[in-house]
Structure formats: C-alpha cells, structure tokens
Design a protein around this ligand. Structure first.
Ligand code: NAP
Length: 248
C-alpha cells in the first residue's frame, strides 16, 4: 500500500521502518525539512518528504505526532478522498497536553480527534510502548507475539488497519468502534502491558475509565520524575509499572 506517515519520532519512525520492510511504499514527514529525518528511519526504503507529499496519493495516512498538534492537521487532511484510511496513534495526557473538556467529560480521545478532523479515522498502536514497538515485533504465530487493539467505525478502515498492525509484528484485535476506544487509552489494562492476543479481550473488558485516568496520571507523574532526574525509563520499567498498576 502507499502509506504516508506524519511524524518521524519514536512511533512514526519505527512504523516507517517496519512497514517499508514489510513491502509497503512509505513516505514520512516531520514538522521540519525532510532532510532532518534520521537516516535510520529511512534505512528500509521509506522516503523523506514534506507533509503535503506524504499525504498526496496515499492509501493510508498515519498520524504519529503529539496529541496537541493533531487538530492543526485538519486543513492538510481535508482534501483527502473519503476512502483514505487515516490512523491515529495518539494519546491524550492532560498533564502534558492542553486540557480538553469533551474528553474530560467522557468522549474517547480518538472520537474527539475524528470530530476535529471532520472525517472517520482508526485508532491503533497507541497502546504499545515505543521500545516495545521497535524491539518486540514478532512473526505471525510466534508464541510471545504481543497484541494491539484496533478501533474504527468503518469496516474497511478496520480491515486495513488490522492488516498493517499485523505487518508491524503484532497481533491485531478488533476492539470495536472509536466510541469504545477509551478501553485502549492510556492507563487502561492493555496500555503498555504487552498482552498477548489470548489476554487482550479480557484486558479490554476489564477497563474502567475512572481507574484508567488515575493510573494514567500516576504513570505520567513517575515518568516526569524520571525525565527530570535525567533518566529515560526503559522498557522493563514502563511495562513493569503499567503491569503493577493494573494488577488485579
Ligand atoms: N512514545 C510512545 O511510547 C508512544 C506510544 C504510543 C503512542 N504514542 C503516541 O504517538 C504519537 C507520537 O509519539 P512519539 O513518541 O513518536 O513522538 P515524538 O518522538 O515526539 O515524535 C513526534 C514527531 O511528530 C513530528 N511532528 C510534530 N508536529 C508535526 C506536524 N504538525 N506535522 C508533521 N510532523 C509533526 C515531529 O517532528 P520534528 O521531528 O520535526 O519535531 C516528530 O517527528 C503521540 O501522539 C503519542 O502520544 C507514543
């Protein structure tokens, strides 16, 4: 497929690499000049382009930029054909992002994004820690393959997104509509806990929005403390913390 990725950081950069390696034609953009995109991101064939070039003629557009910047992409995405599959990887964290009343009042993060963009989107990869995404992808059928939920309102968006999640090395699971996607948001039982396909349905069913929010805020406070101390929490720390906070 022809894939345009907006954002070449931890998530977008890894997806550019893995989806190119899986045989897709990937174009990737950041917020600056394409020449500033890391060579490693392009090492499996992705092409560094401007934002406009990334979305032009794409079958799929992946949004992998900070949550607070996504609504500003609306004019860029407005000209896309209705059938283009737009996938959101983002997470709303009020301690980091601008506080959004609609989400505070219960709207799912990506339902709010879809409303602001004025078009259907799918949500995927948001529940996978960046290091997990980079290092823990496994071939289909591998016993330790980690699973990722996919939420979407249109069948084709769901099918295409699930196929790309599989291509990125993770088992895809149909988690329902965007309105249901609060179950895969930050702090939920499937968030950064590296669950397998066997355990993912139970993790989604166990989600409780008020508890997820409390866990999200606790997690973010711990991350912040680490960042302020000048240390970057590794995968063991992030996954361990998420699992402890979600232990029954
Ligand atoms: N990090 C994680 O573990 C993780 C896990 C799951 C989901 N997520 C979500 O995935 C998204 C990306 O996270 P990340 O960790 O990859 O972020 P990141 O490493 O900070 O990278 C963000 C990227 O977005 C680019 N960008 C910012 N505004 C842009 C714009 N208007 N147009 C095009 N590119 C733009 C930045 O460009 P420059 O390089 O020019 O600054 C950068 O390449 C976020 O919404 C995050 O919540 C993150």
């Amino acid at each position: 497929m022809k894939i345009g990725i907006l954002g070449s950081g931890f998530i977008g950069g890894t997806l550019a690499k893995t989806l190119s390696a899986a045989g897709h034609r990937v174009k990737v953009a950041n917020s600056r000049d394409p020449r500033t995109i890391d060579a490693d991101v392009l090492s499996t064939g992705a092409q560094a382009v401007t934002k406009e070039d990334a979305v032009a003629d794409a079958d799929v557009v992946i949004l992998s930029i900070p949550f607070c910047g996504i609504t500003a992409l609306a004019p860029l995405l407005a000209g896309l054909p209705a059938e283009t599959v737009v996938i959101d990887t983002s997470n709303y964290i009020p301690a980091r992002d601008e506080r959004i009343e609609a989400i505070e009042n219960g709207q799912a993060d990506s339902a709010w994004v879809a409303e602001r963009l004025g078009r259907p989107i799918a949500k995927a990869w948001n529940s996978i820690y960046s290091v997990t995404l980079k290092e823990m992808g496994r071939p289909a059928g591998h016993p330790e393959r980690i699973a990722a939920p996919v939420a979407a309102d249109r069948d084709r968006d769901r099918e295409v997104t699930m196929a790309l999640v599989e291509d990125s090395g993770f088992d895809a699971y149909d988690a329902g509509t965007l309105a249901d996607s609060w179950r895969q948001q930050t702090g939920s039982p499937c968030y950064c806990t590296e669950v397998t396909l066997a355990d993912l349905p139970e993790a989604l069913a166990a989600a409780d929005l008020a508890r997820s929010r409390r866990r999200r805020d606790l997690m973010f406070a711990v991350y912040q403390e680490r960042f302020e101390l000048g240390t970057n929490p590794g995968r063991d720390f992030i996954v361990g913390l998420s699992r402890i906070l979600n232990a029954a």
